[in-house]
Design a protein around this ligand. Structure first.
Ligand SMILES: [Zn+2]
Length: 144
C-alpha cells in the first residue's frame, strides 16, 4: 500500500473533531457504536515504533484524553482501545465505548454480530455524542 491508495492519507477517516498538525481525532458515524472515535497520525506511518518517543507520548496522551471524555459522556461498561491496521497500515487507534447490550459484546466489534441493540437505547446514546465531540474539541485544543 502506498500513500496514494491509503484511505487515511487520501481521506479524513471520519468527522474531524481536532487536528494539531501531527494527528487528528475523528468521530466515526457507526450505527451500532455511537461515540466511536479514531485517533489518526497524520503522516503515513506504519507502527508505533516508527514514531520518535516524544511523538508516541503525544499520541498516547491524546488517546487517553479521548478515552476519559468518552467514559465521562457515555459511561460505557468497558472501553476498547485498539490499534490494528491490518487493512489500513497507517497508524491509528480505535476508541470504542462498549456496552453489554451492544451488537458484538463481549466479542470485539470486528467479530460476528451477536444481537441488535434496541433502537431506543442506541438513540439515547447517539443523543450524547454531539456534546462529547464538542467537549473533546475544547479539551484537546486547550491541551495542544
Ligand atoms: Zn496513509
Amino acid at each position: 500500500m502506498t500513500v496514494s491508495d491509503c484511505e487515511l492519507c487520501t481521506g479524513t477517516g471520519g468527522r474531524v473533531i481536532h487536528d494539531d498538525g501531527r494527528l487528528r481525532v475523528v468521530g466515526v458515524d457507526d450505527a451500532d457504536y455511537p461515540g466511536l472515535v479514531r485517533v489518526i497520525w497524520n503522516a503515513h506511518v506504519r507502527e508505533m515504533t516508527d514514531l520518535a518517543s516524544a511523538e508516541r507520548a503525544h499520541l498516547m496522551q491524546i488517546v487517553f484524553a479521548v478515552e476519559r471524555a468518552q467514559r465521562a459522556a457515555l459511561e460505557p461498561h468497558k472501553m476498547n482501545v485498539a490499534s490494528l491496521g491490518n487493512m489500513t497500515p497507517h497508524l491509528h487507534w480505535h476508541l470504542i465505548p462498549r456496552f453489554a447490550d451492544d451488537a458484538h459484546f463481549p466479542g470485539p466489534i470486528w467479530s460476528e454480530r451477536r444481537r441488535t441493540t434496541p433502537a431506543a437505547i442506541l438513540s439515547a446514546r447517539r443523543a450524547l455524542v454531539p456534546a462529547l465531540f464538542e467537549a473533546l474539541a475544547r479539551e484537546l485544543t486547550a491541551m495542544t
